[in-house]
Design a protein. Structure first.
Length: 587
């Protein structure tokens, strides 16, 4: 049965852009008291801004770096319930783990529907090299199907060894570590998405819905009512253009700062106990030939009892992840040991194992897990989320994962409303984000790239008199634009056609479909403020291929400098910062 059409929203009109960053900063610097001020523009913060704004609340969202610059752009790119959590639920008879899986599978359906250009169902194969593994994993995946219920994708199933090798040619027919022959695979479906682009889309959606959203606005202090001690806002500073500190006031402050959760909590009360455990997760990227375009692989049990995925993603193959306690830092790095661990974990399952020389990018993210002071590691720390009313006008949310960002945001805004005065509660509508599609979704369809290839260059349907560019007739480029920008892709194509020699060119080499027009679109419509923003989050070049990203940096820098009015000093600093960021994607 086909999905019903997405409910219309003001941002369904692809010709309408969100308010500019300059306009948003002017509103932040004004004297308006917001209902909710959200600190942190990652998945949960941006999701909370969409939630609060669509309830009719006066909402502000500020992020000290770029939207999604931390953990939210560094995930495994899966929209999933968590097969490992289901295994724990069964063997530990844990209702909490089962509830976590059930909620995540329900939210998986919401995310796939509300961001169809950025997310897709993905078959994932579980290889079986011993006879007993076939019924064991088959039963586990059927339980996964059962828990998913109406929220499920295509049912899981068994493939013979011959079928498996035909569809996944790089899978090892004989596992080298023990000489066991492949008996077949159990294939189940989960979701996959572009995490950073969804994060940016959420921030833009919130702005369209009426939220005042701004990146690179750093909180320098909390503002308290001297009489009651209640948090009534923050002192903040624009770190892009500088200027004086300013205050942003609100009835409730919502702390969505991920790994920096406890640091913000202690700005109000330094004696507070930590409620967040930082867990590092490393990933690496390999060339596309290591996996088929439309199927991933799960290593069901590594040497330390975890799982590792190998997944096709945006023309590459990502593998990971690790899971260990980590220090909190703005730019975490994957260690050589973590990279070797991932390569060693997938090697027995590949006919030609990947080596360090094959790796095109590595990265690490810090998961903000809800803390359990009795645990010394991360394996058994809760992946559920935690919402805390601090009792002083601040509400904190931590834990969880990308798949459940919408539910976390709903619970956080619910708590913020309860923590505010009754007048705010009386004005707040009910949460409706289960059916709120993000910017780019409404006019998207799976054949959009074909329509882009067939489109004319003017509304009258006449061909442009300007010279054509081969990139605008390239299916890979059009597919990239459609899946990255959804119904905003035609505007980027028109922009490229307006000056094809300058704006239709591939800027990251022949193997990456990124074109120059995307840089201008990002600056004009997606709050892109730095060269790093573009190569890491408006596109995913840094995560896919560090060397391709380095190729793109000079041209991105040049285009942004002209578009945003940078002087020579700022342009030089941006070049330096971008290359320093790319250094963290190596090991």
């Amino acid at each position: 049965m086909p999905e019903p059409a997405l409910p219309s929203e003001p941002w369904a009109d692809a010709s309408v852009s969100a308010p500019s960053r300059r306009e948003q900063l002017r509103k932040l610097r004004g004297n308006e008291e917001f209902d909710v001020l959200i600190i942190g523009g990652g998945a949960t913060g941006a999701g909370a801004a969409v939630d609060a704004a669509t309830r009719g609340l006066r909402t502000a969202l500020i992020e000290g770096e770029d939207f999604g610059s931390g953990t939210s752009s560094r995930s495994t790119k899966l929209v999933h319930g968590g097969v490992r959590y289901l295994e724990k639920a069964v063997f530990q008879l844990s209702y909490g783990q089962l509830k976590l899986v059930f909620e995540a599978l329900h939210e998986r359906k919401n995310l796939l529907r509300n961001a169809p250009h950025l997310a897709r169902p993905l078959p994932i194969a579980t290889p079986c090299y011993h006879g007993w593994e076939v019924p064991y994993y088959w039963a586990g995946m059927k339980a996964y199907d059962l828990v998913a219920g109406a929220s499920g994708l295509t049912m899981s199933g068994f493939r013979t060894a011959a079928e498996s090798l035909a569809l996944f040619p790089t899978l090892a027919a004989v596992r080298k570590e023990d000489g066991a022959s492949l008996k077949g695979t159990i294939v189940y479906r989960d979701g996959q998405f572009d995490d950073a682009r969804l994060n940016v889309a959420l921030a833009c959606t919130a702005a369209h819905a009426g939220a005042v959203a701004a990146n690179y606005v750093k909180v320098t202090a909390l503002v308290k009512d001297l009489r009651t001690g209640r948090v009534v806002g923050v002192k903040a500073k624009d770190v892009v253009d500088g200027g004086r500190e300013f205050e942003v006031r609100a009835k409730v402050v919502l702390n969505c700062t991920g790994p920096f959760t406890d640091a913000v909590r202690k700005m109000s009360d330094g004696s507070r106990m930590d409620i967040m455990t930082p867990a590092g997760g490393a990933h690496l990227t390999l060339p596309k030939h290591f996996a088929p375009d439309a199927e991933g692989l799960i290593v069901p049990k590594t040497k330390d009892g975890r799982v590792v995925f190998m997944l096709p993603w945006l023309g590459g193959v990502i593998a990971g992840t690790t899971d260990a306690l980590a220090p909190v830092t703005l730019r975490p790095r994957a260690s050589a040991d973590e990279v070797d661990f991932i390569l060693d974990s997938i090697a027995p399952y590949l006919s030609v194992p990947a080596t360090r020389a094959d790796v095109t990018s590595v990265w690490s993210g810090i998961r903000p897990l809800a803390a359990d002071p009795t645990q010394s590691g991360t394996e058994n720390v809760s992946r559920d989320h935690l919402v805390v009313d601090e009792g002083d006008g601040m509400v904190t949310v931590t834990g969880g994962k990308w798949t459940t960002y919408r539910l976390m945001a709903e619970h956080a805004v619910d708590a913020a409303i309860r923590a505010a005065d009754k007048s705010m509660a009386s004005r707040a509508g009910k949460c409706r984000t289960t059916d709120v599609a993000v910017v780019g979704a409404h006019g998207y369809s799976p054949d959009l790239h074909v329509r882009l290839l067939a489109s004319k260059s003017s509304k009258s349907g006449a061909k442009s008199s300007k010279p054509a560019a081969p990139e605008l007739e390239d299916a890979a480029v059009m597919s990239h634009l459609a899946k990255s920008y959804g119904d905003r892709a035609p505007a980027i194509v028109e922009l490229a056609r307006s000056d094809p020699r300058r704006l239709a060119r591939r800027i990251a080499g022949p193997n990456q479909p990124v074109i120059a027009a995307e840089v201008l679109h990002a600056a004009r419509s997606e709050y892109c403020q730095t060269t790093c923003d573009f190569v890491a989050r408006r596109t995913r070049l840094a995560f896919l291929d560090v060397e391709a990203a380095r190729v793109a940096v000079p041209e991105v820098n040049k285009l942004l400098a002209k578009e945003l009015g940078w002087g020579s000093w700022r342009a030089a600093r941006e070049l330096k910062d971008a290359n320093a960021l790319l250094d963290t994607f190596t090991c």
